[in-house]
Write a protein that binds this ligand. Sequence first.
Ligand code: SF4
Length: 693
Amino acid sequence: MTSTQVVRATCPHDCPDTCALLVTVEDGVATAVKGDPDHPTTAGVLCTKVSRYTERTYHEERLLYPLRRVGKKGEGKFERISWDEALDTIASRLGSIAARDPQAILPYSYCGTMGLVQGESMSARFFHQLGASLLDRTICATAGFTGYKYTIGATIGTDLEQFQNAKLILIWGGNPIASNLHFWTRAQEAKRRGAKLIAIDPYRSLTAEKCHQHIALLPGTDAALALGLMHVLIAEDLLDHDYIARYTVGFEELKQRVAEWTPERTAETCGITVAEVVELARLYGGMAKAGEPVAIRTNYGVQRVHGGGMAVRNLTCLPALVGAWRHAAGGVQLSASGGFPTNKGALQRPDLLAKQPRTINMTTIGDDLLRPGSAEFGPAVEAVIVYNANPLAIAPDSSKVMAGFAREDLFTVVLEHFQTDTVDYADIVLPATTQLEHVDAHSAYGHLYMMANNAAIAPLGEAKPNTEVFRLLAARMGFTDPCFKDSDDELAAMAFNRQDARAIHFDWDALKQKGWQKLNMPDAPFAEGGFPTPSGKCEFYSASMAADGLDPLPAYIAPYESVASNPELAQRYPLAMISPPARNFLNSTFVNVKSLRAAEGEPHLDIHPDDSAARGISDGEMVRIFNDRGSFIAKARVTDKARAGLVVGLSVWWKKLARDGKNANEVTSQRLTDMGRAPTFYDTLVEVERVAT
Ligand code: SF4
């Protein structure tokens, strides 16, 4: 007789939606993964990627056993070894490096899972006890986070469950159809109820096509647009004076600053029309003044440029100027993560550090792996332990990253599900469990529910959870602190058990049974101010920024690479390139799932008809995209979805699955944003030429 059960789980991927899953398990085999119809934000719907999760879990190329490299680095040739041999080898190598200087060991991880347990818990404890270099996890969000927090104090904003009540939604720097599906559902409902949707994006994405209006500004000029909007709001008195007086600081200084951002200057900087600037400000301010909820959903596209932190800061000032926060469906959302009482101290145990080690920025891994030891840098990196990440595909300036990982003297361990581009450079590969095979607890960054993930099936092959790998390594390294014996359930029970002013009632067993629990947050978090900034107000003027050596007022910081900021470079490389997420991939995850890769076809580059004609490129021809950092090949799609002067290469392809073994990160740079030490993926000039096929 068949035994069938349905297990409550959570999508672990780097997506704001953090969906509640129902996994059907028949005789120990997961046969279906569906969205939980009762979870208020998932509402029974999953994206295409995760609705095919069993295809990924039981993929014929899953890594099921520990492996040791037998070919050259990058060749991807391995032989099977036992767990004992793998762990003994790793412990011995790390032990001898640590005896000289543990800072020569670098963990490299990001959001391959967003789980608080399989992400940074036992792994962080292990590296803290070891004294390894710390990793600055900047690759995605820290520029925007920093600008947002300087302005309103925390990554808190409009609740996802309110957006359907908004009357105007600015979708600023994101493509939610591809990467924030459950927000898009709400935005569509708002549209049905009469709301106007406006996309602000250099590219006419799937989402922009479905909005009432699309403002296609130049990449990296969002900060200028926000300044111009503030200029018009103030000049035309489309303001909430009472809200400004009670709940903001620095209005007079802001007024002076934005005076110079006339609609004409704004339009010229952004490459749009004066009317687009003025009409958007009038619509936004006018509707707010009429008492209508006006909302902004911004996303991380805005902040992947030189002035990315400031861009998010500037647009985060807008709701306070017009009093949009008074409404539950007004305000702005970048991320909801700041509402969660996550107990990182208990999970990660920074108190295990004997002394403060150096910090290496994951964005500059290319340069840092090639850096010799020095008094300034510390020891050269001798070992990298990669988990929940694929730096060969996702880190900028890829040829340097590859050269670093190709170092014969670098000891590299990778915990993975599949033989990714990074695995090809590993000395030891450890098979990791997927979300269906382990326990985890999750916060979210697009909604306000704490989430539980139960293990639905037994680990495939000899795969182990990350936590177990680091437990076993800790034992081999002789780490005796009892925290290295905590089980995954014990770790999950610490996830939200803070004991400070943000303490909540949190019962892990109850969460496991129910699957989710909403945080107790007010519907309109800043209706009466209460911003968690130093002043308690929305800070148009930020003394913290001044103290940190930054301009304390909203400003425009030009891209590193643009016609306006670097005309000499633009002569050689006249096209701006952005590389936003493809609909069927999630960063570099899912690229090896055949049905999803088939839906994407092959790497392509969207190019405007004027730009293709000037280069003699026809639709469907292969093109080489290049600059001083490198080049990659893609198939041209001639389309006015990309504005003239812009090319768009959807990402992030595995290099080995592209015909030239390269991807868009060959041409992106390791330069950092104005704040948050984050990457500038969308601050890239290139040239494009036809290649013979
Ligand atoms: S990737 Fe996002 S939309 Fe898709 S199932 Fe996961 S959380 Fe939901």
